[in-house]
Design a protein around this ligand. Structure first.
Ligand code: SF4
Length: 230
């Protein structure tokens, strides 16, 4: 498993894939991120320390991801990340959290004491699709409410049941409301949620320009950030 990488374009940053406890929500229908979780906090801490030792602070921006949410990392790992921001001059820390953790974000931002960019997987702004098909558990009432907690959203593209209009609207809303967003092109996994290859082909052609759009990271494959895989 590759756990450290450098993203050299757009928002340049270092990225680490750490290990934590299983996702508290754990019910998204498309998710099978269970193999990289463990309830063993001490084992997770040791592994995370090794990965975090590689951080140089070269861009002043560090993204921390795990197969879940930042809140599932051991406290000792959060302490180490906080230390690193001081030691390596990291002015911006990026991390992911599900909607269920939204009310804990203010305290976490205060804990780190540096500029934080909280990302959340919205997947789609189409509520019926997001909640009815994907079971995302992110029932925000308005974009303003969502923005009051999170700085960046992750969208999912190319799932059976989605259509072109939904995707176009999702991209438009993300562009209008967020300084940064991520698009994940769906890749089949072990869950019953399947990719729609025709929709993905259309998206590749129609939205090829996103490749050069500064505010958006597009992951055509889920290992495009250089972490994950075997
Ligand atoms: S919030 Fe993320 S890790 Fe948790 S079930 Fe959903 S996709 Fe999986």
């Amino acid at each position: 498993m590759v756990r450290y990488s450098v993203i050299n374009r757009k928002l340049k940053r270092e990225i680490v894939l750490l290990k934590g406890r299983p996702c508290l929500w754990g019910r998204c229908r498309f998710c099978d991120y269970i193999e990289d979780n463990s309830p063993d906090d001490e084992g997770n801490r040791r592994l995370n320390d090794e990965v975090l030792d590689r951080v140089t602070g070269e861009f002043g921006v560090l993204e921390v991801i795990n197969s879940g949410n930042i809140f599932e990392l051991p406290q000792a790992t959060l302490d180490r990340i906080k230390e690193l921001t001081r030691e390596k001059g990291i002015h911006t820390l990026m991390f992911e959290a599900h909607w269920v953790y939204r009310k804990q974000l203010t305290a976490l931002r205060e804990f780190f004491g540096t500029n934080c960019m909280a990302l959340t997987g919205v997947e789609s702004f189409d509520r019926d699709f997001r909640e009815g098909v994907l079971n995302k558990g992110c029932p925000f009432c308005s974009i303003e409410e969502l923005k009051s907690y999170f700085d960046s959203v992750c969208l999912m593209v190319g799932v059976e049941g989605q259509n072109r209009e939904m995707i176009a609207r999702d991209i438009e809303i993300a562009r209008e409301n967020f300084d940064h967003f991520t698009v994940n092109v769906y890749v089949n996994n072990t869950t019953p949620i399947k990719a729609d290859p025709e929709l993905i082909d259309w998206f590749r052609e129609e939205y090829a320009w996103l490749e050069d759009y500064e505010k958006c990271d597009v992951l055509w494959n889920n290992t495009d950030f250089g972490v994950g895989g075997d």
